[in-house]
Design a protein around this ligand. Structure first.
Ligand code: PRX
Length: 654
């Protein structure tokens, strides 16, 4: 969790630019408060009214059925998510660009709504021809290419769930996720491009599929043209299937609660959780929040830089923007390819008006320097967004001044894989912003900072961020594990949703999210579990015990530090250290590669045997306590000194 400097609370809020407010969907704080109060007093009426922005085959009979912790939104309603993202735009906007895709090497592809619709229909027919039925799960392990959203929308069209696994995950991680969801089909590519190098997705898929008996077929997009392994009878080329498929595929009506997707995310234990999202409530949350928070209008060019492998890409590249009929930019590669001004060059060329990125990216741009930016015309921009981790006020101000030239409101959006959509964020024409604060909850979202008994904590005190009432985009359960759903989110503070985040509320009701209170680590906004990394470490023959903590990192927010005790007879060495880092990368994925592995004789433990993470965290941050450590990562550290120190100070119970 980051250090919180109370000084920031005294800074003057920055009002929305007047010109912006005049044309915005929500034009003043008073207007926001009116909406908020209405939603609070009459939630059913409020959400019932919002739901009219979706196209229904049959309207819902009820807004919400709440049998805590199980919610059903818009029961009785029938709709098709892909119809909402595509078909309904065709009458007026068939020739409007839906997807403007740019490859890392500069190749481009533009798909209008009519073209995207046709490709999704064809792919939906492909899925049906392979025996995919409503309720089945399709795993997707792909690079950032147009076929990825096409695959997702194709699944939605036939009522199948997708489970997108980020391309940076390992074969083991992919296999675990396929097994948990019992996916029938895997969609992948021969490879992807990242920083000019090839990411061998098919090779990793092949390794994963050795242990995936539920998979019947693998559909492979030809992206790199590299030579790949091929299993006859199982592997099929995407382009061959698509070529043969009819583009006639009427959208089938599905129930509001039809499962839309599973997305795995890290929790406190070693086992990732399959967050389940369903159709109508989720889509409404995405569509409505995209419109309000980015103040989206017909002529906007919208670019969210996330990878679709994460929830931000699901909600704010695919479902939210397309449900609104927006024109979106999608970029395949890295921000520094071929040079560190790639993003600014893209903004200039596509005339991007809305730019949604991460705090880590902003900090990296800051470190690269303004020279990369100043040679580009960024005057098309009108709204800037950030997500994924707390943004420090210095980075916020830099974003505002150097990218937004002091005229673009910044929306610091707080939400989670579980919430489905944005929950706390400024509305750009209405909410005065305070750098570092996600500001106020959206209308209909009842967020409160409380203590463990559920009582609100006074302004300026740290507490737990909770959501007090169900909301449309909320996860419905953890796939296959209702007990864990209840336990992790609804039992810590009975009756309310526990976010796992610490926060403070200031005197104006603004929320300052400080970071996680559990063992979840956020590296560059990616969510990783300490336990998952620990189990990866102990699966290495040399390791007896491991404890993993985060230390603050100037660019990535947090970095992973591992304390490892070795099996007897194994000596620490630089080679072993690299081998352990590689081992974690191979077991979980490259995103989980530790920044540091430190060898210790024994790990400091409480009397009851629990590892004292708080002390390790301190140690990881400061690089050592007096007399205890040398900072040399290859020698054995004697952490018993810390343990003795802690015990002497009575600090041994966490
Ligand atoms: O700790 C919060 C942090 O990211 C967590 C959710 O991570 P994930 O499910 O991967 O979703 C990330 C993208 C929505 C939260 O519990 N977080 C997210 N946005 C913010 C944030 N922390 C502070 N400020 C934010 N704007």
């Amino acid at each position: 969790m980051q250090e919180f400097d109370p000084q920031v609370l005294n800074e003057e809020p920055i009002p929305s630019p007047e010109e912006f407010s005049k044309r915005a969907h929500v034009r003043s704080l008073a207007e926001y408060r009116e909406m908020y109060d209405h939603a609070l007093r009459r939630p059913d009426e409020f959400w019932g009214e919002q739901a009219k922005m979706l196209s229904w085959f049959e309207p819902a009979k009820r807004v919400l059925t709440w049998d805590s912790p199980h919610a059903k939104w818009f029961e009785g309603g029938k709709l098709n998510v892909s119809f909402n993202c595509l078909d309904r735009h065709l009458e007026k906007n068939a020739n409007k660009p839906a997807l403007m895709w740019e490859a890392e090497d500069g190749a481009t592809l533009q798909l209008t709504y009519a073209e995207l619709h046709a490709r999704v229909c064809k792919f939906a027919n492909v899925l049906t021809s392979l025996g995919v039925k409503a309720g089945d799960c399709v795993a997707i392990y792909m690079p950032m290419i147009p076929e990825l959203p096409i695959a997702m929308l194709g699944c939605a069209r036939v009522g199948a769930m997708h489970s997108v696994v980020f391309g940076g995950f390992s074969a083991t991680a992919l296999a675990d996720r396929i097994a948990d969801a019992k996916s029938k089909i895997l969609i992948t590519a021969d490879g992807g491009f990242r920083r000019g190098k090839i990411v061998p997705l098919k090779e990793t898929s092949d390794a994963a599929l050795k242990n995936c008996p539920t998979i019947e077929k693998a559909i492979v997009v030809k992206r790199t043209g590299e030579k790949i392994g091929w299993q006859e009878g199982r592997d099929l080329w995407w382009h061959e299937l698509e070529e043969k498929a009819s583009k006639d595929c009427p959208a089938t009506p599905f129930d509001s609660e039809q499962p839309l997707y599973i997305l795995y995310t890290s929790g406190t234990t070693g086992k990732p959780k399959g967050v389940l999202h369903t159709s109508a409530g989720y889509l409404l949350h995405c569509m409505w929040s995209t419109r309000l928070i980015f103040d989206l209008r017909d002529d906007d060019i919208y670019w969210c830089t996330a990878d679709i492998g994460w929830v931000t890409g699901h909600s704010y590249i695919v479902y939210g923007p397309l449900a609104n009929g927006a024109s979106i930019v999608m970029y395949e590669g890295a921000p520094d390819q071929p040079r560190k001004d790639r993003f600014w060059e893209l903004i200039e060329r596509y005339k991007v008006t809305i730019f949604y990125s991460s705090a880590t990216a902003v900090r990296a741009f800051m470190a690269w320097g303004a020279d990369w930016i100043n040679s580009h015309d960024l005057s098309s921009l009108r709204v800037l967004g950030t997500v994924g981790e707390p943004i420090n006020p210095a980075a916020w101000k830099w974003y505002y001044e150097v990218i937004g030239k002091n005229r673009c409101p910044i929306v610091d959006t707080w939400w989670q894989t579980e919430t489905g959509g944005i929950m706390i964020s400024p509305l750009p024409g209405a909410t005065p912003t305070k750098p570092g604060s996600a500001t106020l909850p959206l209308p209909g979202i009842v967020a409160r900072v409380v203590n463990l008994s559920g009582e609100p904590v006074p302004p300026g005190e740290t507490g737990y961020l909770t959501i007090q009432k169900p909301w449309p985009g909320m996860l419905r359960t953890i796939y296959g594990d209702d007990d864990r759903f209840q336990r992790d989110y609804w039992s810590r503070i009975p009756g309310v949703y526990f976010t796992g985040d610490a926060a403070q509320c200031d005197k104006d009701g603004y929320i300052w999210v400080l970071g996680r209170v559990d063992d979840v680590i956020k590296v560059a906004g990616h969510r990783l579990s300490s336990m998952e990394i620990e189990s990866a470490l102990v699966s290495h023959v040399a390791v007896a015990e491991a404890a993993v903590v985060a230390r603050p990192d100037e660019i990535k927010g947090e970095a992973i530090v591992c304390f490892v005790t070795l099996r007897s007879g194994t000596a620490p060495s630089k080679e072993l250290r690299s081998a352990l880092i590689d081992h974690v990368g191979a077991t979980i994925g490259t995103i989980a590669r530790p920044a540091d592995v430190r060898f210790a004789e024994g790990l400091p433990k409480t009397r009851s045997g629990k590892i004292m993470r708080r002390l390790l965290r301190e140690l990881a941050q400061k690089g050592g306590l007096p007399g205890a450590l040398t900072g040399d990562t290859t020698t054995l550290e004697d952490l018993s000194v810390i343990e003795r120190l802690a015990k002497a100070k009575g600090l041994d119970e966490e």
